[in-house]
Ligand binder design. Structure first.
Ligand code: NAD
Length: 490
């Protein structure tokens, strides 16, 4: 493993924070110190925004031949693939993700995103409105400016790529603030961007806490748009900050994904899908399928199969490729998960999984938990736990299933399991969520926009047209051909 970058990345230079402060980044699996990273405050944020501003207003990036811009994104994707092992190990050590996941999903997905968006720059197009004979009206889509991108810790590299690939493809410059919990892979990404030749100021990465670096960043008048992924409570603060300078804002927030299993579904696939849906990354996934809705007639069989399958999972050292489950990202987050579990018990949910064979509470490890008898009024059914906790709810008929699934403040994703195509689409149309996965087809795709209904977000992440809409300004140019009559009398 190479040494990690441990400074701020501003204007293509590695710098210490002006205050000279450092932040220790730990391995949650064993508590060891990984790196002490420079910590930004408002002055460093200002320097990063100024660099991004200058690069946007005066630098080559927004004016570059779109194909050349695409080629740089493509090269960055290649660099990510070349550094697969180091990047994967970094996120594994930093947030306790199993190495099989970071090697198999996180890092390849980040590379795919840059590769996919490398093809976008020369496809961004406006419109021509030709309704009047004496006026030609053209709409252009122009790069928007300096984008403040703030991301959480659950997929450190992938979340950074989800933001950066479309932002850069659209010709913007960016100040990225990774979570203070997990800055290492984002700093490595900055290094790779430097190696492939991104111009100064196009990508800036500042490491700092939400209050010391995040707030000054989103409130900065030099920022044109905020794009944020994180908790809905923090998202609400972004809306406040956006008022300063009337910035655009895009929010990708939490979820409480329901998975409805209809009696005609193929149970073997259901069981695998449900288990991966909630226990992948120990449930620290915005779209984690945390509410399982089963028909009363199948309740016992489905639970028996799930319990048996969970029994075959291995939890332990995240760097061991044999392990399916690692640990939670921080001790603080583990406390939050435990509080939700205790609260669920107090409110009458029944814990039904004997998880004694799995890792029990050393460090940030927490085994999977399954609660049965959960009802929509319980906290465990309403709030995002962001941990390995599955809530089982029972429905009586299709109508009841839809009602329970929609009884949530969130609307990020929903799963439908059925072999009846008509029912699959009928139910999907009535579910209030931005992404519906039928029979497990819910993987993240660069070309598919992700919207959140209700408290799950504002605006679209990914999707080519949507990205071009989120990260460019529209400009209409109305060109008179000289024959238009004045509305005033001569
Ligand atoms: P968080 O909201 O606590 O933090 C997210 C980021 O915001 C971090 O970088 C943090 O430093 C920063 N931040 C915190 N306070 C800030 C402030 N006042 N001003 C500016 N920045 C501030 O979220 P988290 O705990 O890191 O992540 C978990 C959450 O992220 C979950 O709710 C999860 O559902 C959500 N998430 C959503 C998606 C999605 O696509 N919808 C994807 C991944 C994670």
């Amino acid at each position: 493993m190479k040494k990690w970058p441990n400074q701020l990345f501003i204007n293509n230079k590695w710098v210490d924070g002006i205050a000279g402060r450092k932040w220790d980044v730990f391995n949650p699996a064993n508590g060891t110190l990984l790196e002490s990273v420079a910590l930004a405050d408002a002055r460093d944020v200002d320097a990063a925004v100024q660099a991004a501003r200058k690069a946007f207003d005066e630098g080559p990036w927004p004016r570059m031949d779109p194909l050349a811009r695409g080629r740089l994104l493509y090269k960055l994707a290649g660099k990510i693939r070349d550094n697969l092992a180091d990047l994967a190990m970094t996120d594994t050590l930093n947030v306790g993700k199993p190495i099989r996941d970071t090697l198999g999903f996180d890092v390849p997905c980040a590379a795919d995103l840059f590769e996919s968006y490398a093809g976008l720059p020369d496809k961004i197009a406006g419109k021509c409105y030709g309704t009047l004979p004496d006026n030609v009206t053209m709409q252009f889509r122009e790069p928007m400016g300096v984008i403040a991108a703030i991301v959480p810790w659950n997929f450190p590299l992938t979340n950074a790529a989800i933001k950066l690939a479309p932002i850069l493809a659209c010709g913007n410059t960016v100040v990225l603030k990774p979570s203070e919990v997990s800055p290492l892979s984002a700093l490595m990404l900055a290094n790779l961007a430097l190696e492939v030749g991104f111009p100064p100021g196009v990508i800036n990465v500042i490491h700092g806490t939400g209050s010391d670096a995040g707030t000054p960043l989103v409130e900065h008048r030099g920022v044109d748009k905020i794009t944020f992924t994180g908790r809905h409570q923090t998202g609400a603060q972004m809306l406040q900050a956006a008022k300063i300078g009337m910035k655009g804002v895009m929010l990708e927030l939490g979820g409480k994904t329901p998975s409805i299993v209809f009696p005609d579904a193929l149970l073997e696939n259901v069981v695998n899908g449900v288990i991966t849906g909630i226990f992948f990354n120990l449930g620290q996934v915005c779209v984690a399928g945390s509410r399982l809705l089963v028909h009363a007639s199948q309740h016992d069989e489905i639970l028996a199969r799930i319990i048996s399958k969970v029994g075959s999972l291995r939890q332990g050292d995240p760097t061991d490729p044999k392990n399916h489950l690692g640990c939670l990202a921080t001790a603080q987050h583990k406390k939050i998960v435990i509080n939700y579990i205790e609260q669920a018990k107090k409110e009458g949910a029944r814990s039904i999984l004997n998880n004694a064979h799995l890792s029990q509470g050393e460090g940030c490890f927490h085994p999977p938990v399954i609660f049965d008898g959960v009802t929509s009024n319980m906290t465990i059914a309403r709030e995002e736990v962001f941990g390995p906790v599955l809530s089982v709810m029972t429905y009586q008929d299709e109508e009841d299933a839809i009602r329970i699934a929609n009884d949530s403040d969130f609307g990020l994703m929903a799963n439908v399991w059925t072999n009846d195509g008509g029912r699959a689409l009928r139910v999907s149309r009535r579910l209030k969520a931005g992404r519906i996965a039928i029979n497990g087809g819910g993987a993240l795709r660069a070309n598919v926009p992700v919207y959140g209904y209700k408290m799950s977000g504002i605006g679209a992440e990914l999707g080519f047209e949507e990205a071009a809409h989120e990260y460019t300004n529209s400009k209409a140019i109305l060109y008179s051909l000289g024959t238009e009559k004045s509305p005033w009398p001569e």
